[in-house]
Unconditional design. Structure first.
Length: 258
């Protein structure tokens, strides 16, 4: 595998300068990462700091407010989601949701781009991809792929809502793109205590950018997913979470505006 560097960089959006409303994230949030801390790329606004896997051993270059991580091949993030085992039944986590604000550069389009991996050892195929052909479809063979496609060099807010064994829903910018084939209790889409973002075992993880990650301890509804909007919408934790952080002496949570 190629050497890799994950760096923080300022990424301009085509929508820069638009007036955008803030949206409060739905309840049940267990982790929220904004990549805006200039001293700690792994910092969690809510939850546990990320783990950083970089096989080349290169330094992690830090940036500032409005940043996005540039995730090269063979590098990934280790998400400690803090969802209790047995959520949704079984021995593992079977009810959960994840939000990712992502941009796939045009140079990666037409290749496999891994978005997450439930196998924490990363010894088998990833579990959610941007497909190589037709380029830009998202999903995985076990659940099927979207008929809609993403475009290169464009930001998207992707949300996956999981309730094993009842449903597996993929939404982009608040709109459902795929009602996938659900998996069994404690099966492929159940979670260990950690989840790998952007990992794949055999190099199907071409470069991509991410500016926001969030996880919930329950499947989000269609209305809740629609409420968080697209990647140009500023999002913040729900008021109860903010209050708890303030009581803990952490002060007011900053809001990233790309």
């Amino acid at each position: 595998m190629k050497s890799t560097i994950i760096s923080i960089m300022l990424v301009g959006l085509a929508t820069a300068g638009f007036v955008r409303a803030d949206v409060v994230l739905p309840a049940g949030l267990t982790g929220f990462w904004e990549f805006s801390d200039s001293t700690n790329v792994a910092h969690a606004t809510v939850g546990t700091d990320l783990g950083l896997h970089n096989v080349s051993g290169s330094d992690w270059v830090l940036g500032g407010l409005g940043g996005a991580i540039d995730v090269d091949r063979s590098a990934w993030l280790i998400i400690t989601h803090n969802i209790a085992p047995g959520t949704g039944g079984g021995s593992y986590v079977n009810e959960w949701s994840i939000l990712m604000d992502i941009m796939v550069p045009q140079s990666s389009m037409g290749n496999w781009v891994a978005l997450y991996q439930t196998n924490t050892a990363n010894t088998n195929d990833g579990d959610f991809f941007v497909k190589n052909n037709p380029a830009g479809q998202i999903g995985v063979a076990a659940t099927g792929y979207s008929t809609n496609t993403i475009s290169g060099d464009t930001w998207y807010r992707v949300v996956v809502s999981v309730d094993n064994p009842d449903f597996y829903t993929i939404c982009v910018d608040g709109v459902q793109w795929r009602e996938g084939t659900p998996q069994s209790i404690d099966g492929r889409f159940s979670l260990d205590p950690t989840l790998l973002a952007f990992a794949d075992e055999d190099g199907e993880d071409y470069p991509k950018y991410c500016s926001t990650l969030a996880m919930w301890n329950r499947p989000l509804t269609g209305a809740e997913i629609a409420s968080v909007g697209n990647a140009s919408t500023v999002i913040v934790p729900e008021p109860a979470t903010i209050a708890l952080l303030c009581l803990g002496g952490l002060g007011i949570i900053g809001r990233k505006r790309r």
